[in-house]
Design a protein around this ligand. Structure first.
Ligand SMILES: C[S@@+](CC[C@H](N)C(=O)[O-])C[C@H]1O[C@@H](n2cnc3c(N)ncnc32)[C@H](O)[C@@H]1O
Length: 325
């Protein structure tokens, strides 16, 4: 008893920073995207400390159904999910954000260790620090990394059986081909006996989808426009927020929500070593969020090499949580 108590008191928090915002490679990636036709910026640049806070605000909006629908699925099926996923594993939270979704599952999953992974390094540090104070008995490891090209974890992520957690339908930011490659890497990271618990947004009426990404309070617009601040900070660009408008539309042929920043007038974006002219109404494509059917996502999991899958959904069939191994 005394031993268990001592172990609980000495559980630690470590942080491994594998990602630096101030890198030449990131600047090259941004410039390359801006010079493309159409101009694009990866959605990973939406998340700095302010972007992460704006995303948290989005999750509170009545129009943004994904967070509360996914939470309701976890709440309704927690014992079944835990029984299938297994207790006492290393819980690896990809794109952890404020870590709240994983923390809600600590009770049923009883993780041996919690590994929170995110590109928004400062925000993750803060979130994990306060989570460790609330759960001093759980060993925690923060990993600041960009997993868009390669998913790799440092040795500090530890051994044991792994449960990879990827909620929030973040998988939808990848094209289906990229998603398949990413899921294959998840299998590798999960290792032998590993499993994946993943939240996936499903196809639903266009009006519901578009309102979720273009709310009347314009919080999602602010989240999208924050990208211009990031261009200025990272690339030394001269973008003016007032020159752009937020656009969100459902592309039915591709089954994806698209977010864009639309130039309100003809203008040029300039940065050291580059310039991009935008005609009036020309757009910078900033995010895709693919919407799946249950069958379509099961197929994607199988194509990525997951042999066994099971899923839970809400009454309206708006969102699904899959467990795959
Ligand atoms: C849609 S939010 C989801 C946050 C939280 N997991 C949830 O479900 O509410 C996506 C999260 O993934 C992180 N993220 C986005 N792109 C990333 C990348 N390339 N590498 C690592 N983390 C990334 C963001 O910083 C953000 O916290």
């Amino acid at each position: 008893m005394l031993l268990a108590h001592t172990a609980a008191m000495t559980a630690s928090l470590r942080f491994v920073q594998m990602h630096s915002e101030d890198s030449a490679a990131l600047r090259r990636e941004l410039a390359h995207g801006l010079l493309g036709r159409p101009a694009t910026v990866s959605p990973k640049f939406l998340y700095d400390a302010l972007g992460s806070k704006l995303f948290d605000a989005i999750t509170e909006l009545p129009e943004y159904y994904p967070t509360r629908t996914e939470r309701a699925i976890f709440d309704a099926h927690a014992p079944a999910i835990a029984a299938a996923a297994g207790r006492g594993r290393t819980l690896i939270d990809l794109g952890a954000g404020n870590c709240a979704k994983a923390a809600r599952l600590f009770g049923v999953l009883a993780p041996l260790r919690y590994v929170a992974v995110d590109i928004s390094v400062d925000y993750l540090r803060q979130a994990l620090g306060s989570l460790q104070r609330q759960h001093p008995g759980i060993e925690m490891v923060g990993v600041g990394t960009d997993f868009s090209a390669t998913l790799a974890l440092p040795p500090e992520a530890g051994g044991g059986e792994r449960l990879v957690f990827y909620p929030g339908s973040s998988i939808g930011n990848f094209t289906p081909q990229e998603a398949q490659r990413f899921l294959q890497q998840v299998r590798t990271v999960g290792g032998a006996g590993g499993a994946l618990l993943i939240g996936v947004d499903l196809v639903k009426p266009k009006a519901v989808l578009e309102l979720a990404y273009d709310d009347p309070l314009q919080v999602t617009a602010a989240f999208n426009l924050n990208l211009l601040r990031r261009l200025n900070a990272l690339l030394g660009c001269d973008a003016r927020i007032e020159d752009f408008g937020h656009v969100a539309l459902f592309n039915e042929a591709e089954s994806r929500i698209e977010m864009h920043l639309k130039a309100r007038r003809a203008l040029s974006l300039r940065w050291p070593g580059g310039e991009r002219h935008l005609a009036a109404d020309e757009r910078i494509h900033t995010e895709n969020s693919y919407k799946y059917s249950v069958g379509g996502f099961e197929q994607l999991l199988r194509d990525a090499g997951f042999a066994r899958t099971t899923h839970w959904t809400d009454e309206r069939g708006w969102f699904a949580v899959f467990l795959a191994s």
